[in-house]
Design a binder for this molecule. Structure first.
Ligand SMILES: [Ca+2]
Ligand SMILES: [Ca+2]
Ligand SMILES: [Ca+2]
Length: 254
């Protein structure tokens, strides 16, 4: 079965979302720009997905890795500004690359990013529970290993990303919001641990969502002032996307 294109993801999201409306159920968005790309290349689909994600957030903080000494490994502290702090532990190092590495990795901001082989890779632990997390990745899934996220809260939530096999030096943006259950950590890994896919990560993003206006339960029609409780196009879109993640994971295990 052919996966929807990144453009389709973004278009569906744009139709479903009103600016600044936060989702009432777990929501994820992904934008894909196919390579070969390099530092400074236009990333229309990923930056569009990032924009949709950020429009739903307040108090956003970004770790761009520009303040680190290249070669720094984990565990290392992350600074999300007003959104708090975190600790990155596991495999990987801070890499510096002004254009693009021989393997196809490049930064999305500045010259630096987090470089890691995803096969269980690394974990970010937050100093306080968060509701929203996003990031850019370069050269992901060019070897067919896929990319997975596991959000740890009361119980882990496993989210294998519905990525097609991508060209060398492609770029993606992934945003995830779970207003139902805040998470304390997110672990990065692969669907196929044997692929040993080298990936560059940049602009880890943490944010909060606004409370619905009024008392939070009185405007379930999604009139633009609050979060739709159920039944709106936003909820349907969110549920469909999460369902797509699950379906994709099952196919990969065949
Ligand atoms: Ca590559
Ligand atoms: Ca950077
Ligand atoms: Ca790769």
């Amino acid at each position: 079965m052919k996966l929807p294109s990144s453009t389709a993801f973004c278009a569906a999201a744009l139709l479903a979302l009103s600016t600044t409306l936060a989702p009432a159920v777990p929501f994820a968005i992904i934008g894909i720009d196919r390579g070969p790309l390099q530092n400074g290349s236009p990333l229309p689909n990923s930056t569009e997905a990032q924009g949709i994600f950020l429009d739903m957030l307040i108090d956003v903080g970004v770790e761009d890795f520009e303040s680190f000494t290249p070669g720094t490994g984990g565990p290392t502290p992350l600074d999300f500004g007003v959104a708090g702090t975190g600790t990155l532990s596991g495999s990987g190092i801070v890499a510096a690359e002004p254009t693009v590495s021989p393997a196809g990795l490049f930064p999305v901001s500045g010259d630096q990013f987090w470089e890691s082989v995803v096969s269980p890779a690394f974990t970010i632990t937050f100093d306080q529970p968060v509701v929203a997390f996003g990031f850019f990745a370069t050269d992901a899934n060019d070897l067919g290993g896929g990319l997975t996220l596991t959000f740890v809260n009361g119980g882990p939530t496993f989210v294998p990303l519905p990525l097609p096999l991508l060209e060398d030096a492609s770029a993606i943006f992934v945003g995830y919001i779970n207003p139902e259950e805040l998470f304390n950590a997110v672990a990065f890994g692969a669907v196929d641990d044997q692929a040993d896919d080298l990936v560059g990560f940049d602009d880890f993003t943490v944010g909060s969502v606004t409370e619905p206006s009024g008392n939070g339960n009185g405007n379930g029609n999604g009139n633009g002032n609050g979060v739709p409780e159920s039944g709106g196009s936003l909820v349907l879109f969110s549920s469909a996307l999460i369902a797509l993640f699950v379906a994709r994971a099952r196919r990969r295990k065949d």
